[in-house]
Design a protein around this ligand. Structure first.
Ligand code: FMN
Length: 192
């Protein structure tokens, strides 16, 4: 039986204080910034043909650090980001994803879902998983481990990871120039 819910977890209460600083913007500046940010994010597209052109690894690391600033239930930070660059591993991942996606399309999703996807012309073939210079795999940790080995509850783990994914996408849009974006460096959210 899972002891998680019954027991006091005994998390450390002496957490470091992080000072809070914030800038103030004038109303005009706020309007300008909000318009600019909207226009930037409105350029994001789920592109299914990607360029193999490299971007510096440091950019990817910074994007992930940005995603890691996300809020999370009880500050549990229930995510793991894994960057895959190795060609062989990327291909193995493609094989696993395609196998699962084929079952999704043919069995799990059902007629209505498959029909709703028709206009997007998607299917289970995902060549871009070989082509993209980096794959960022994002895992949700449904629970953690306390130093004593017991399970640590990760409250709202699903929504916390989803918010982190949103911040990651926004960071990619901000960090990768429009030129890189047009060259094909792009992002595709895929749940499989
Ligand atoms: C949770 C989630 C799962 C998605 N899964 C897939 C997927 O498995 N395959 C795919 O091709 N696109 C997937 N998409 C991309 C959507 O189809 C896409 O966001 C939508 O069509 C709108 O297009 P846009 O992203 O270009 O604005 C997913 C998006 C989200 C948010």
């Amino acid at each position: 039986m899972d002891e998680v819910d019954e027991e006091w977890q005994g998390l450390d209460e002496n957490v470091a204080h992080i000072p809070f600083f914030a800038e103030r913007y004038s109303e005009a500046e706020m309007i300008k910034r909000s318009q600019m940010f909207y226009e930037l994010l409105n350029k994001r597209r789920s592109v299914r043909f990607l360029s193999d052109e490299m971007v510096p690894r440091e950019v990817i690391d910074n994007v992930i650090r940005t995603a890691g600033t996300s809020p999370s239930g009880a500050h549990t930070e229930p995510w793991t980001f894994v960057v895959v660059q190795d060609q062989y591993l990327k291909h193995k991942i493609r094989e696993i994803v395609e196998e699962e996606e084929e079952i999704n399309y043919k069995k799990r999703m059902g007629d209505r879902w498959v029909n709703d996807l028709k206009r997007l012309r998607t299917n289970w073939i995902k060549e871009y998983l070989d082509t993209a210079p980096y794959l960022i795999l994002i895992f949700k940790q449904v629970y953690g481990r306390l130093p004593n080995g017991k399970k640590k509850t990760h409250y709202y783990n699903e929504i916390s990871v989803s918010i982190a994914c949103g911040i990651l996408l926004a960071a990619l849009m901000f960090d990768i120039s429009q030129l890189d974006f047009l060259r094909g460096f792009s992002v595709l959210s895929s749940t499989c």
